[in-house]
Ligand binder design. Sequence first.
Ligand SMILES: [Zn+2]
Length: 346
Amino acid sequence: MRDSFEIANQNVMPGTHKTIRIELPGLHSETSVYMPVHIYHGKKDGPVLFLSAALHGDEINGVEVIRRVLSLSAIKHLKGTLIVIPIVNVFGFDRHSRYLPDRRDLNRCFPGREQGSLAARVANIFMSEIIERSDLGIDFHTAAIHRDNFPQIRANLQDDQLNTIARSFAAPVILDSMAPEGSMRNAADEAAVPVMVYEAGEALRFDEISIRIAVRGVVNVMREMNMIAKGRVKKNKPSALLRSSTWVRATSSGILRANVKLGDMVSKGDILGYISDPASHTDEVIEASYDGIIIGRTNIPLIYEGEALFHIGRSKETSLIEDHLDALEDEEILTAPELAEEPVIV
Ligand SMILES: [Zn+2]
């Protein structure tokens, strides 16, 4: 018999699941705050995978991804252990905010410190209770408020294990990137626990296609790691690799009329939009700085000089991108047999 799984001073027996609440610093009102964590400890040995969402409290797509993953029957016969944290930043989630109440960005405060700021303490708890018990993790994000991201995996592909696992997720594109300093992905990497980030959609909104790509991605990863049976499934389209990415920024403050949407392929010099100045009626042309795919953009037309407008990913694998774009156009994932039972959020 496999050993029980110990987390937050509790034991989860093999073949069972448990929901625990990890205590965080409380509110001014003396209300206690807990981070909910579900643990599925399989009967058979296997890797420990964690799934986390809402580390930025207003990025809620991943919360729904996790709800759907936990409803899959395959989880009942899991090999290994699944640790699931639907809401990491409980404080921000309740306030519809990216940040913690101390105005810090939790994803810049890792690995944290036991005696540090509120953000450092939450990060430290996540490091010691979740990351240090895991072999691999997937952290779900969206673009910030009033911004939108094309479904993408971000991972350091120099890590051999991550390279294989990130590709198995089968998102339309993978951005090969180092994690920002202070991010959970970066701290996990330093602790030798590979973590990849899934970015899709916008803050405070659900996006059905992004959610479905992610649920399928988690299933693909668990299959790749032999945590669930391979089954008879349609082969996924390989992800297109983005070698790098850059934001095109506003050259002046004003009102933006965007001419490209997420997933559009652009060539250097293409017009991405116009910034008008309502006082002088002048137009500033915003051009693509190089060839690529639009993987992020702002949705709010009111912009300041220097603001990030369009995020362009560079890739040589344009035919792979086109295959994914065709599938998205046909909304194939809405009728994918393994995901068909879930009603569509519109
Ligand atoms: Zn985020």
